[in-house]
Design a binder for this molecule. Structure first.
Ligand code: ATP
Ligand code: MG
Length: 444
């Protein structure tokens, strides 16, 4: 209680610009010059030699202290975008909301941003207090204060190997606490996506969310509804491909944040069959991410929405619609419903449909049909999807095993595996006769 009180008083007293940062030596944070990429090092050097200040900032510093390999390196500087641009031949200014510079160093692209302040009195907000534009230059202290969590507000200077820490981020990271900078409620109101980030970062780094930051999430979850869909979608992609998706989804539910984020995710998770399938899909994605294997949003969304498709398809068949056309109608309807709420791009929805459309074809284990399926460009994704369906108990494991054996067998073994074609009831005369010959074709 007293600690909480002191922290509050201290926070008021330490208004951004009034306090200098703690300067933390390498012995305490463990990051050496060699820990950062050569591109990041060169970029900081060039800026510093030109008389500017330049630091590696944000996620990379946090991850290095936590012993995780950073995804990328962001640089913060007091040089303006034009000044940065003039120092690097291979660079360009990007961004509408806020200008930053992309500096190309070999194969690396570094994002260089000028120190900026959170906002001022003129900042545009929507009726819920969400900040619409923030593009005010600021000091380094302002730049630290506008960041979301204390562990994200650390600046590493490669030339001195020190970390500048304005908000006790290093201590929080060592104590495994995720703490928000400033008043949690106002910070969530300014940008509700920070609630999602809190979940993702705490899961990724194994941190406990400080109760002051955690408690308001449940009350404020509905603010997510005002965030543009494309932004939520981007953040959800980061979360689902963080390598900790299962843990994230569990935490999202614990905090009451899963409603409306991935529309129908809550519905799906409430069906016993659906939940098992979705969790299997998420944990296999987690495994792939951690092993550095490629992953695709199409595949994951296909799994997340599959039970909706199954239910829709079943209902259509009950109404007398024909097997395959009913599946295609069901796929379109489910995707249309989602498209309104999820910013699924056309390309991703094409991938999703390919995977779904292949599923009934796995049931045919005879002749040409089975052999042709192997040649489908999306066979691999469709087969991986089938494996998950078998694991969750939706289709027989024996079917999945057959396909596993079939694809690795040589041509002769494949032909031996093919299930003899049943005499088709309503085949046109003449066609059925050629069937056997056709199936044997590829062997010759
Ligand atoms: P990741 O490991 O996914 O890259 P990250 O923290 O680096 O995590 P980015 O989206 O790359 O996430 O953001 C870079 C930095 O920008 C963060 O470390 C943080 O300092 C700041 N930041 C990002 N999003 C917000 C936000 N919504 N509000 C305030 N600061 C933010
Ligand atoms: Mg980052």
């Amino acid at each position: 209680m007293i600690r909480k009180f002191l922290r509050r008083v201290f926070r008021v007293a330490s208004a951004p610009a009034s306090q200098g940062p703690a300067v933390i030596p390498p012995a305490r944070h463990g990051i050496r010059r060699e820990s950062i990429s050569s591109g990041a090092r060169r970029t900081c050097e060039t800026l510093q030699q030109a008389g500017y200040r330049a630091y590696v900032v944000g996620g990379a510093v946090r991850d290095l202290i936590a012993g995780i390999a950073p995804k990328d390196f962001d640089i913060a500087t007091d040089a303006t975008p034009d000044q940065v641009r003039s120092l690097f031949r291979r660079s360009r200014i990007i961004g509408r909301r806020f200008q930053i510079v992309h500096v190309m160093q070999g194969a690396e692209t570094l994002e260089v941003s000028t120190f900026r302040a959170a906002h001022d009195a003129d900042t545009q907000k929507d009726e819920h207090g969400r900040v619409l534009r923030d593009n005010v230059w600021g000091s380094q202290a302002d730049d630290a204060a506008r960041r979301d969590f204390t562990i994200n507000a650390l600046f590493f200077d490669p030339s001195t190997e020190t970390v500048l820490d304005y908000h006790h981020g290093v201590a929080d990271l060592k104590q495994k606490t995720l703490r928000i900078i400033g008043d949690p409620r106002s910070r969530y109101r300014e940008d509700p996506v920070r609630m999602l980030r809190a979940i993702r970062l705490s899961a990724k780094l194994g941190l406990t969310i400080d109760p002051e930051a955690r408690t308001p999430i449940r009350d404020m979850a509905s603010l997510m509804e005002n965030v543009p869909v494309a932004r939520v979608f981007d953040e959800m992609l980061k979360l689902l491909f963080s390598g900790h998706a299962v843990e994230c989804v569990k935490r999202l539910r614990d905090e009451g944040l899963h409603h409306g984020l991935l529309p129908l995710l809550d519905v799906i998770l409430e069906q016993p069959m659906g939940e098992k399938f979705v969790l299997l899909a998420l944990s296999s994605t987690d495994l792939r991410v951690r092993q550095g294997k490629p992953t695709s949003p199409g595949f994951l969304f296909a799994t997340l929405l599959w039970n909706e498709v199954l239910a829709n398809w079943e209902a259509r068949k009950k109404r007398g619609e024909t097997h395959i056309p009913a599946l295609f109608e069901a796929m379109d309807e489910v995707l249309d419903q989602q498209a309104e709420k999820l910013a699924i791009t056309r390309r991703i929805s094409g991938d999703i449909k390919d995977i779904w459309a292949l599923q009934p074809r796995f049931e045919k284990r005879s002749g040409k049909v089975a052999l042709r399926l192997l040649e489908q460009p999306r066979f691999r994704a469709g087969y991986d999807f089938l494996l998950l369906r078998a694991q969750s108990g939706e289709v027989a494991q024996e079917l999945a095993d057959w396909w596993t054996a079939f694809q690795s067998a040589d041509v002769e073994a494949r032909l031996a595996m093919l299930v003899p074609e049943k005499a088709k009831k309503r085949r046109r005369p003449g066609r059925a006769k050629t069937k056997e010959g056709n199936a044997a074709e590829p062997a010759g």
